[in-house]
Design a protein around this ligand. Structure first.
Ligand SMILES: [Zn+2]
Ligand SMILES: [Zn+2]
Length: 342
């Protein structure tokens, strides 16, 4: 495919899309865009997370009686399945698009590949190895532990209002399933903005931001505290009347869905003529500029409401730079007033 039909490339080789990011159309009254929005909302990513959640429910998770007691046997089995699942999904994209480079830098925001930039901030100076090890030895175990505790709560009927079943509450549970990506954006925005406060950033979130040019393995490369806050999102299902299948869907939106923001390509060419939208641009801009786009795609446009939204346009860029300038001046003024008078 010719990526220059869809965007432009600067002299460094970095590609940017022609179209700017848009928040969900029901916020802006662009009702004619609802059809396209709904299609992209469901297909393929959320459909994939729902499919894997159902597969887990039918083939992976033990019966309720077994889940009443936490034991190493089913917890380690779930850990193994999660690790294999992440390895297959993330690994496939890493392998074809970063190792084999099947579409080279077409649709790639950053012209460089992480392996071309060894850096001291990473374990063994390698972004790939560092990110991979953090994901598999810290991230996936914490993700699995949260799932195990949630499933144990379900099996033992532990819930603020009570777990609900599909037979009697199918309408509510269908609605809740559709709301999961919105819950995700609100929770993620909240914790993400929190760990961008200076002290927490330095201690926790800087680990994730070491990857300025993210690749799939960067997705779950975080400080353990961030892992806990991030995967802790599913605890909402102990407060909202929910069902373990919806909870597992939410969990897969977190575990498998973290990939999207870190794909690094705007479109993946599945075949010559079949592009797959990555939905990576908003979070790519976050990794590039740090203090924009704390949430996700603008399903709940908190970034817009709080003034952090960067849609990729020139105007957004200028607005962001003005905000950064103001912040710098504020910091300077504070430092000057804090200095004792001579
Ligand atoms: Zn990220
Ligand atoms: Zn961040």
């Amino acid at each position: 495919m010719d990526d220059l039909e869809y965007g432009t490339r600067d002299k460094r080789g970095n590609w940017a899309p022609n179209t700017t990011l848009e928040v969900a159309p029901f916020w802006t009254g662009n009702w004619n865009k609802m059809g396209q929005f709904l299609k992209e909302f469901i297909w393929p990513w959320n459909a994939l997370h729902m499919a894997t959640a159902l597969l887990y429910w039918v083939f992976v998770l033990p019966d309720i009686e077994t889940m009443k007691t936490i034991s190493w046997s089913w917890a380690l089995y779930l850990l193994a399945v999660n690790a294999v699942g992440i390895f297959l999904l993330y690994g496939a994209i890493e392998f074809f698009y970063y190792v084999k480079r099947k579409q080279r830098t077409r649709f790639k925001y950053n012209a460089k590949f992480p392996s071309e930039n060894p850096s001291d901030v990473f374990w063994f100076k390698s972004q790939n190895l560092d990110n991979f090890l953090r994901s598999f030895f810290i991230g996936i175990p914490i993700w699995t532990a949260v799932e195990v505790v949630m499933l144990w709560c379900f099996a033992n009927g532990i819930h603020v209002f009570g777990w609900v079943n599909w037979q009697e509450n199918w309408l509510w549970l269908t609605l809740l399933t559709l709301l999961v990506p919105a819950i995700h954006e609100i929770h993620f925005f909240g914790i993400h903005r929190l760990i961008h406060t200076p002290a927490l950033y330095k201690w926790i979130h800087s680990v994730h931001h070491n990857s300025i040019n993210p690749s799939p393995w960067s997705s779950l490369s975080m400080h353990p505290v961030e892992h806990a806050l991030y995967f802790g999102e599913v605890v909402w299902h102990l407060i909202i009347p929910s069902n373990p299948i919806v909870m597992m869907f939410n969990s897969h939106v977190l575990g498998y869905g973290a990939l999207n923001g870190h794909i690094g390509f705007d479109k993946l060419e599945l075949t010559e003529e079949t592009p797959l939208d990555s939905h990576a641009y908003a979070h790519y801009l976050h990794h590039k500029y740090f203090e924009v786009n704390y949430g996700a795609d603008g399903l709940v446009p908190l970034d817009k409401w709080f003034g952090y939204w960067h849609d990729g346009s020139q105007e957004a860029d200028e607005k962001m730079k003005a905000r950064f300038r103001k912040k710098k001046e504020r910091v300077k003024a504070n430092q000057a007033s804090a200095k004792p008078a001579k």
